[in-house]
Design a protein around this ligand. Structure first.
Ligand SMILES: CSC[C@H]1O[C@@H](n2cnc3c(O)ncnc32)[C@H](O)[C@@H]1O
Ligand SMILES: [Zn+2]
Length: 445
């Protein structure tokens, strides 16, 4: 299958190569980008005349860019959108979310995950990194929806060795069943939940299991001041140093993603930069749960690779990365009281190249040899006139609903706003049904 996109304004996000192309073309052959360049001399039409192209997309009036990568989600939790709002993390988890999750079934997670995939396709996210329960169901949803997912089983052991053994076995099975499936769109990681819900020994075991399997690991870390205080009281050090003592942050063998990182000290930031840890910044969830403001500009200045995530739908309450980009930029400015903090282009890099490469090294930028994961953002819209700077537009003015076309792994998932891979009505109906049934089982209503 070959797809030729022509007449697009291309934001390649390729840090080492081409930046933006005013009137560009891009050729996809099978699942890879095979050519990209300037189209002002009609190169695209010459290619079309020379080669038998299966599909030509005229992208006049649209921005062609890499798909967005959401590096921290709990996709099955999409069913719990709006289930419990306006609470602090500990109370929210213990009084509302965990009791509801105790009633989750595989079918709930399947439809919740499909709903999440649908929302991500509609708002420009081509890849995500997940941690949750019943992950076979999320994998099936990803397989069906056509997007890219890096899946981990969320493990909580609270120091119980027996429970820990079972948790590791479940995550190992996920890795052996799904790693590389769906033509490599599905990859896996290990997901120890957090330093205050898992023992140091268990987290070290999870890391060793990840290294043995050759897959990455992701964890929540320093999300709240309560976590920082708990770690100091119990271990006399913060979560970052507590895990450094077992070499958890060593990324020489596999990638490590740390979600949230709100309460990081300057020393923690230096350590993450030295070790090559990838941070997933979740500004909306951090604001909604009043967890705090992560020192993102400091992390970038120190050379940390920072990416963007939404967190689950119960603490956001969407999976919309355009909202996340705008919030990230605004929050850093108000947090540092500096309007130059986190400029627009840096935010788009976080959501594309930085996030993409931790999920799959061949994604995140539009360049020859990379996998064909990309979106077209419609600029024939009132909120898109005028555009002086493409990154300013994408971060401050564009909306998720401006995404008109999505291609993942060389396959068109949405074209001109029409979803081609899922029955949208069915997914919404089933997810609503499962959500209300779950709430009834959890005696919410
Ligand atoms: C063990 S699977 C994931 C687990 O994490 C819970 N969760 C959702 N959002 C957050 C968050 O912001 N911080 C910590 N834990 C979170 C989710 O409900 C699952 O129980
Ligand atoms: Zn989370």
């Amino acid at each position: 299958m070959s797809i030729l996109i022509k007449n697009a304004y291309i934001a390649t996000m390729d840090k080492d190569g081409t930046g933006e192309i005013q009137n560009g073309f891009l050729l996809i052959e099978n699942n890879l980008i095979s050519q990209i360049g300037d189209n002002s001399n009609g190169t695209a039409d010459k290619i079309a005349a020379d080669k038998g192209i299966d599909k030509i997309i005229d992208a006049k009036g649209a921005i062609l860019m890499p798909g967005l990568s959401n590096t921290h989600t709990h996709l099955g939790m999409t069913l719990l959108r709006g289930y419990a709002d306006d609470m602090a993390l500990k109370d929210w988890l213990e009084a509302q979310i965990w009791p509801a999750e105790a009633n989750l079934t595989a079918e709930d997670v399947y439809w919740g995950s499909l709903l999440g995939c649908l929302e991500m396709i509609r708002s420009g996210t081509t890849a995500f990194c997940d941690m949750y329960f019943f992950m076979d169901e999320t994998a099936k949803a990803v397989e069906k929806a056509g997007i890219r997912g890096c899946l981990s089983y969320g493990m909580i052991e609270f120091g119980d060795v027996e429970k820990g053994n079972k948790e590791i076995a479940v995550n190992e099975k996920l890795v052996s069943d799904w790693q590389g499936k769906a033509n490599g769109r599905i990859t896996t990681m290990f997901g120890p939940h957090a330093p205050n819900t898992c023992s140091q020994a268990f987290i070290a075991r999870a890391k060793a299991a990840a290294e043995k399997a050759g897959v990455g690991v992701q964890i929540h870390v320093l999300e709240t001041e309560a976590e920082l205080n708990y770690m100091k009281e119990n271990f006399d050090m913060c979560s970052v140093h507590h895990l450094d003592a077992v070499d958890f942050w060593n990324t020489s063998k596999v990638p490590v993603i740390a979600a949230h990182c709100v309460w990081m000290s300057d020393g923690d930031i230096r350590l993450f930069a030295e070790k090559g840890v990838t941070v997933s910044h979740n500004p909306i969830s951090n604001m909604k749960l009043a967890s705090g403001i992560a020192p993102i500009q400091k992390m970038l200045d120190a050379g940390v690779s920072v990416t963007l995530g939404t967190d689950g739908c119960a603490s956001n309450n969407t999976l919309n990365m355009f909202e996340e980009m705008k919030t990230a930029a605004l929050l850093q400015k108000v947090g540092t009281m500096s309007p130059t903090a986190l400029p627009a282009k840096a935010v788009v890099e976080m959501a594309t190249i930085n996030g993409g490469r931790v999920i799959d090294k061949q994604t995140g930028a539009l360049k020859v040899g990379n996998k064909a994961d990309m979106i077209l953002v419609d600029t024939n819209k009132a909120n898109a006139a005028p555009i002086f700077d493409v990154y300013s537009h994408l971060v401050y003015a564009a909306a998720g609903s401006d995404v008109k076309t999505m291609i993942v792994d060389g396959k068109i998932l949405m074209e001109d706003y029409k979803i081609l891979v899922l029955d949208e009505k069915e997914v919404i109906e089933k997810a609503n049904e499962r959500a209300h049934s779950l709430a009834a089982r959890a005696q919410k209503c």
